[in-house]
Every structure is written in C-alpha cells, then in structure tokens.
Design a protein around this ligand. Sequence first.
Ligand code: HEC
Length: 155
Amino acid sequence: MKLFSLQFVTILTVAFITADGIPLNYEGSGNSVSGSGRTVLVQQEKKDMGIGPVKHVTLGTLDPKMASKGKDLFNNKCLLCHDLDQKKIGPPLRDITKIRTPEFIMNLLLNTAQMQQEDPIIKDLIVTYKVPMVPPNLSNEDCRSILEYLRSVVK
Ligand code: HEC
C-alpha cells in the first residue's frame, strides 16, 4: 500500500512536470525528476498503443509463414513509400518494432485517418515527412502478417 502511494505521487509529479512544459532529460542529470520517476515515464512511452480498435496483440515466437506473407504484402503495398533502411516518402521501417508497440503499428494500419488527426507521434511525422500516409485498407489478418514481417527484419 505504501509502495503504491509512493508510485502514485511519482506519476503525479512526472505528469505535473510534463504539463508544465519543462523538458525532461532521460539520461542527463534531470535533478527535478527522481530515478524512479524517469523509469515510470519511459515505461509509459513504451506502452503507447496508438488509437484504434487493437487493444492487445499477443506475440509468439516468429512465425516464418506469416512473415513471408507479410513480406509480399509489404512489397506490394508499402515499398513504394517505405524502405527498410532509408528515408523515402515515409520513414525507414527496419527497427519500427523496437520503437513502437505492436498495438501502435496495427492501429496505425487499421485506423490511419484517426491516428493522423489525433496521435501526437503521427502528427509530428506528417510535419516531418510533409505528406500523410495513404490508408493501406487491409484486413486485420493482413496487417498482422505485415507486423510479423517487420518483426523478422530487425537486425
Ligand atoms: C503513399 C506513401 C505511403 C504508403 C503507401 C505507406 N506509407 Fe507508411 N507512412 C508514410 C508516411 C508519409 C508516413 C509518416 C506520416 C504518417 O504517418 O502519416 C508513414 C508512417 C508509417 C509508420 C509510422 C512510423 C513511425 O515512426 O511510427 C508506419 C509503421 C508505416 N508508415 C507503415 C506502413 C506500412 C506497413 C505500409 C503498407 C501497408 C505503409 N506504411 C504504406 C507513407 C506511406
């Protein structure tokens, strides 16, 4: 119980500091945020699920058959704008499964328009890349296969 309230206070502190617009420093001194405060914040970012119908994706060991289907779909539907390693019309995607949750990726593919209007990360990307991504218009299963392919290309 004591531990819980301590964490709660820490979260509140982090929320307050963030809302106040003081830039947080993850690695530097960051005197105003305690070590555990930083951990809480980083965990929250890692759990960013995006916005959309996908609330939970269960990842097992890599499924090569699904990944191979995903590769075909990726080459047909995504390669035009995305290279694995270089910027094209959109960002490079080799390490995307390291920086975004599976839920975030699935929601972006299935619920593109709303993410572009409301998700802060995607809104920033549109500013950087100047154009919004065209909604892929694929089934849930096809998006899941692409996710499996993207998991398979991580170095
Ligand atoms: C017409 C060009 C275009 C196509 C086709 C396209 N994208 Fe994108 N994609 C973009 C652009 C531009 C962005 C950044 C702006 C945005 O998200 O709207 C982006 C963003 C993304 C992001 C977010 C990257 C991040 O850092 O969070 C992912 C993931 C992604 N695309 C995956 C795909 C996949 C998978 C496909 C194929 C099903 C695809 N895209 C098809 C142009 C495209």
